[in-house]
Write a protein that binds this ligand. Structure first.
Ligand SMILES: NC(=O)c1ccc[n+]([C@@H]2O[C@H](COP(=O)([O-])OP(=O)(O)OC[C@H]3O[C@@H](n4cnc5c(N)ncnc54)[C@H](O)[C@@H]3O)[C@@H](O)[C@H]2O)c1
Length: 250
């Protein structure tokens, strides 16, 4: 039980990487706040955790709205009395070529993928500092935060910002015993990549992973749990690629 008596808040907990992380944190003893915009899938994750005999609670959040993010953090403290782990993971994709990448698309994506992560870091760090127990903040970036890809302008830009957010926040929060790290997945079988399948783009992208296929959400979640654990106490400010080599070869 790596996380006994710890409280973890996970955004995007209703699906994909977030849901898998919720389940694994709960299995390792954490009390989990499942936070998602989608009430149905978020509540489903809570039900799955409770079916394992573990503790969880759902709170609805739009991570692009600071007041709601602050309320989510307060909900965790009100419900479970602590805040130890904040996983800023919710995200969307809205691919479009740059010449058709309208301000609406740009702001829709950066509002959630970039502003949302800042709000999560800011709200969680302030609450952790107030509670005085330290903590760990983990942010989901992407290999797209390191590599350019066609049609991904706003997504890539937001993910690159998340990489730097982890670095700066780690530096500033270390005196408060708060570690900040990032995880950068390659392509993972989740809903966010469904449009790639529809467009027949899955195979060429899959081939860029060393095993020739997309990753599974549990591979990302395993790394997130490691990063949140004391075993990773020497990792601070880094964004760890979990990409099956995607960013390592051409
Ligand atoms: N799947 C991939 O290939 C891949 C690769 C790299 C990074 N990522 C990142 O992983 C993270 C998780 O995505 P996923 O792959 O599990 O996709 P997913 O679509 O399965 O899950 C995303 C979750 O975020 C929630 N969400 C969306 N907008 C929200 C908002 N405004 N407020 C709160 N919740 C919101 C959705 O309801 C959903 O439950 C994202 O940040 C994504 O960019 C995914």
């Amino acid at each position: 039980m790596k996380f006994a008596n710890k409280v973890a808040v996970i955004t995007g907990g209703g699906s994909g990487i977030g849901r898998e992380s919720c389940l694994k944190f709960a299995q390792e003893g954490a009390k989990v706040v499942v936070a998602d915009y989608n009430e149905i899938t978020g509540q489903e994750t809570v039900d799955l955790i409770k079916a394992l005999g573990k503790e969880a609670a759902f709170t609805k959040v739009d991570v692009g709205d600071f007041d709601q993010v602050e309320a989510m953090v307060q909900f965790a403290v009100n419900t479970f009395g602590r805040l130890d782990i904040m996983f800023n993971n919710a995200g969307i994709a809205s691919p479009a070529p740059l010449l058709e990448h309208t301000p609406e698309i740009y702001h829709k994506v950066t509002r959630i993928n970039q502003d949302g992560v800042y709000y999560g870091i800011y709200a969680a760090a302030r609450k952790m500092q107030e509670l005085g127990n330290g903590g760990v903040i983990i942010n989901t970036a992407s290999v797209m935060g390191f590599l350019a890809m066609p049609n991904g302008f706003s997504y890539n830009v937001a993910k690159a910002a998340v990489v730097m957010m982890s670095q700066v926040a780690a530096l500033e929060l270390a005196p408060h015993n708060i570690r900040v790290v990032g995880v950068a997945p390659g392509f993972v079988h989740t809903n966010i990549v469904n449009t790639l399948k529809e467009k027949g783009m899955e195979d060429p992208i899959a081939k860029k992973h060393m095993h020739g296929e997309f990753l599974n959400p549990n591979q990302i979640a395993d790394t997130v749990l490691f990063l949140a654990s004391d075993a990773a106490s020497g990792i601070n400010g880094s964004t760890i690629k979990v990409d099956d080599g995607y960013a390592s070869f051409k």
